[in-house]
Design a protein around this ligand. Structure first.
Ligand SMILES: Nc1ncnc2c1ncn2[C@@H]1O[C@H](COP(=O)(O)OP(=O)(O)OP(=O)(O)O)[C@@H](O)[C@H]1O
Ligand SMILES: [Mg+2]
Length: 254
């Protein structure tokens, strides 16, 4: 049974999509069968992996809003990864699901037919606390929280922790925190302070690996690929390869 991991932080721009794409690719390089689920109407993950999101036949929108569309009908393969792409019309899912019975478990149900086909299912969440995020947390075994290793990193973190608590009580008792990954880390004194704060707050949940700021990570999606396809020997590739190994290790020990 694949491990479903929601990559979530309600704060925008913390590296959720970059982590979904490159951790997914890192795990695939270690021989894991990986499915990436783009659950964000912004569709950055799909577009970043070279999918023409304007001209998709069907996407996660149909999977979540139309009971007759299976996730298997929308899967696309790119660079050794299976992707369930998103589309901008996913914004409507929030409204369409809101009146449906079982609205919080729509994604859980949608993933059922493919859970055995993968070792990891990574769900890229939007930076908001709506029904899509709740669906992702309800469907997931674990949450991976990317936190920007600069600015006021802990800002917004209490929101994700409270949400995880509520989802645990109401929907998904097994949900745990797989880990916190510091991203966009710079060699500054401020970053050092932020990292200390995050480690104080989350203790050993923080991965030893840190993702440093690396322009190659920002460039790769513009070339429609992940970091291992774009520049496999840069710092960003090294960092995400290291994160993939650490995730595997945590899963083995769990
Ligand atoms: N380690 C890094 N080094 C340099 N640029 C990065 C790094 N990680 C992410 N970025 C860039 O920072 C921006 C935000 O990253 P990303 O899109 O992954 O965040 P996000 O949390 O998914 O954002 P959103 O909340 O909008 O979905 C992107 O332009 C991305 O290319
Ligand atoms: Mg994103």
């Amino acid at each position: 049974m694949g491990l479903a991991v929601a990559i979530s932080n309600m704060k925008g721009g913390t590296g959720k999509t970059t982590t979904a794409m490159n951790l997914g690719a890192g795990l695939a390089r270690l021989g894991q069968r990986v499915l990436l689920v783009d659950a964000d109407p912004q569709s950055n993950l799909s577009a970043g992996l070279g999918i023409d999101v304007q001209n998709l036949g069907a996407s996660m929108y149909e999977v979540l809003s139309d009971r007759d569309t299976s996730i298997k009908d929308v899967l696309v393969t790119r660079d050794g990864l299976d992707i369930a792409p998103s589309h901008i019309n996913m914004v409507a899912v929030e409204i369409e699901l809101s009146t449906r019975i079982g609205r919080e478990r729509t994604l859980t149900k949608a993933l059922e037919p493919v859970r055995r086909d993968y070792d990891f299912i990574l769900i890229d969440c939007p930076p908001s606390l709506g029904l899509i995020t709740i669906n992702a947390l309800a469907a997931a075994d674990s949450v991976l929280i990317p936190i920007q290793g600069q600015y006021y990193a802990l800002y917004g973190v209490s929101q994700i922790m409270q949400t995880i608590d509520i989802v645990r009580t109401e929907l998904n008792r097994k949900l745990d925190v797989l880990g916190v990954i510091l991203t966009q880390v710079t060699p500054t004194r401020l970053a050092k302070e932020v990292i200390e704060d995050v480690r104080k707050y989350f203790g050993d949940k923080v991965f030893n690996t840190m993702i440093h700021q690396n322009i190659r990570l920002a460039e790769a999606p513009a070339h429609g690929t992940h970091i291992f396809g774009y520049d496999p020997i840069c710092r960003g590739a090294e960092d995400y390869a290291s994160l993939a190994s650490e995730v595997m290790e945590r899963c083995r020990n769990a």
